[in-house]
Design a protein around this ligand. Structure first.
Ligand code: SAM
Length: 442
């Protein structure tokens, strides 16, 4: 979500102030830090980065420094107290106001703070995204109303709100006209989507997927992140009917212990989660399931952790994200005693990650000899003469093939599984090209 917001920030400032993105802070007229506060570690990095930028500001007082995202939303004035050389503080829902905030800073040379939650206004005021790849992300809903006890998101991004259905469809149709072949629908709980339709009705996420699937040119649909609570029967049914929907779901479970899930206020049990996966596998036997895990939540015992490990073996999760619990200010869990010793948390995280990596490696090995549909989206990182693309279950495949395959879906036979990628052999291509990458230099 933050990567998407950063991209939209770039689009906005390109249009308003003709600014271009640079990776060199010394060359920049405006420095923007788009922050995340979902975990403590991410938040700590903000002030160390600002400390490095301080010297640049001392050398060039006209330099504008902005801090956006969830840390800005949560800390507001506190950031100015600790780093008074910052000019602009803006939240995830006010990034479209940044051009006006920059103008204001140039005019009055006083720090400004704008961390409202004006909801949908953001999308109505962002320029059309610049398309650079055959794969694009589209934000369909934002915020969160689940209030899990550990999570800061409802307080920093606001409650759930969905973009109007027709706006989303229009944006995706326009992406397709420009050559995009794969879309990723984004949201904090993307499957909680409830979009107002032109006829006064409300579309749920499954209906949105059905319409997106009808858009010519869009041949692959992904989404992230979904919440088990909103995983409806109609969404499960979509897996039976929509071949464009990839056979991969990222469905955060967080823990395999009902006691911990209750304390986390996740609003489902382990059995309900497992049942959901069973239903999905009935529709798509080979579907790959990845997840998020929090290790060392307050009160987590050895038994609770063992239950998580048991769930991992039962579901056989694919590549997943796992985190050490950190108390976030203002969340209910921050009042619980953070009583799992740091060393034990680390140990558990390591055990969990080793097991998940083994399972992911097994899945990669089982793919050897199979033919996978790959969307070719770039030259291979290590060997630019090779092509690279992703399989449905999100693995990078590198293979030899002619340059004109760029931007197309191709069949690739998997020949080797490496820890972070696969190697393959080009089999054939029957998909039309995309003008987006076809014109790229060979
Ligand atoms: N909305 C999705 C859900 O709850 O199912 C997940 C989105 S959340 C922004 C991303 C992940 O960060 C969570 O799934 C969780 O594993 C992790 N996370 C959130 N708060 C955390 C905390 N206080 N400590 C450690 N990890 C945390």
């Amino acid at each position: 979500m933050n990567a998407y917001d950063s991209m939209r920030l770039g689009d906005t400032l390109r249009e308003s102030h003709h600014l271009e993105i640079t990776a060199d802070p010394e060359a920049a007229d405006v420095l923007i830090l788009n922050t995340c506060s979902v975990r403590e570690k991410a938040q700590e990095k903000v002030f160390s980065q600002l400390g490095r930028w301080r010297e640049l500001k001392e050398q060039r007082p006209e330099l504008i420094i902005g801090v956006g995202g969830c840390v800005a939303s949560q800390e507001g004035q506190q950031i100015l107290n600790r780093a008074p050389y910052v000019d602009i503080i803006f939240g995830p829902q006010t990034l479209h106001r940044l051009p006006a905030l920059i103008d204001e800073t140039i005019r009055v040379r006083q720090p400004s703070i704008d961390i409202d939650f004006p909801e949908i206004e953001k999308f109505d005021n962002l320029p059309p995204p610049r398309i650079e790849s055959v794969s694009a992300s589209v934000s369909v809903m934002e915020g969160c109303s689940k209030y899990c006890s550990f999570c800061v998101v409802p307080y920093t991004r606001g409650e759930e709100f969905s973009r109007p259905f027709d706006d989303v469809i229009e944006e995706i149709a326009s992406l397709s006209e420009q050559g995009v072949r794969e879309v990723t629908l984004l949201g904090q709980n993307v499957n909680g989507y409830q979009g107002r339709m032109h006829n006064g009705g409300v579309a749920d996420f499954a209906l949105l997927l059905r319409y997106v699937s009808e858009i010519d040119g869009i041949d692959r649909i992904r989404y992230t992140t979904s919440h088990p609570l909103d995983f409806s029967a109609s969404l499960i049914e979509a897996y039976a009917d929509l071949p464009k929907l990839v056979s991969h779901v990222h469905l955060p479970v967080q823990s395999g212990s009902d006691r911990i899930l209750r304390a986390m206020k996740r609003q489902y049990t382990v059995a309900q989660y497992v049942y959901l996966i069973q239903c999905l596998r009935e529709k798509r036997p080979n579907i790959s399931i990845s997840s998020d895990f929090i290790v060392g939540f307050p009160g987590e015992t050895d038994e609770d952790f063992a239950a998580t490990m048991q769930l991992i073996d039962q579901v056989r999760f694919d590549q997943s994200f796992s985190f050490l619990y950190s108390a976030r200010p203002g969340t209910p869990a921050s009042d619980f005693a953070d009583d799992v010793p740091q060393q034990l948390k680390q140990q558990r995280l390591e055990i969990l990650q080793v097991r998940i990596n083994e399972l992911a490696r097994d899945i990669s090995s089982l793919m050897i000899g199979t033919v996978q549909k790959v969307l070719v989206d770039r030259p291979a990182k290590k060997n630019p003469n090779q092509l690279s693309g992703r399989t449905e279950n999100n693995r990078v495949v590198n293979f030899d093939g002619p340059h004109w395959l760029m931007g197309r879906f191709v069949d690739v036979e998997i020949t080797m599984a490496l820890p972070n990628s696969l190697r393959g052999r080009y089999v054939n291509c029957d998909s039309p090209g995309s003008q987006l990458l076809a014109s790229a230099k060979s």
